[in-house]
Write a protein that binds this ligand. Sequence first.
Ligand SMILES: [Zn+2]
Length: 89
Amino acid sequence: MSPDGYWTHGYDMGAAAVEGMFSPALCAYCQGVYDLGKVEVLARYTDCSVWKSPCCGITVDDRGETGWKSKRDYYPLDRDGREIQRGAR
Ligand SMILES: [Zn+2]
């Protein structure tokens, strides 16, 4: 577990997997890669947004990013396709 309390996995999907994406993310359920900039947001709340993952159709929210809950629904990736480990550096 990383210092910020998240499980991190050091995912490295490769630059080709995220090519052309605005804000790539790795699905925590099916390991699919999709673009956060293109998801269809189902609902926006003051503390989170909710969308359906285009890879496996699971309802996802971003509370895992803000620390509201300990499990993430997705892992943000950088332009090289590597997991961004927030708070760990
Ligand atoms: Zn998925």
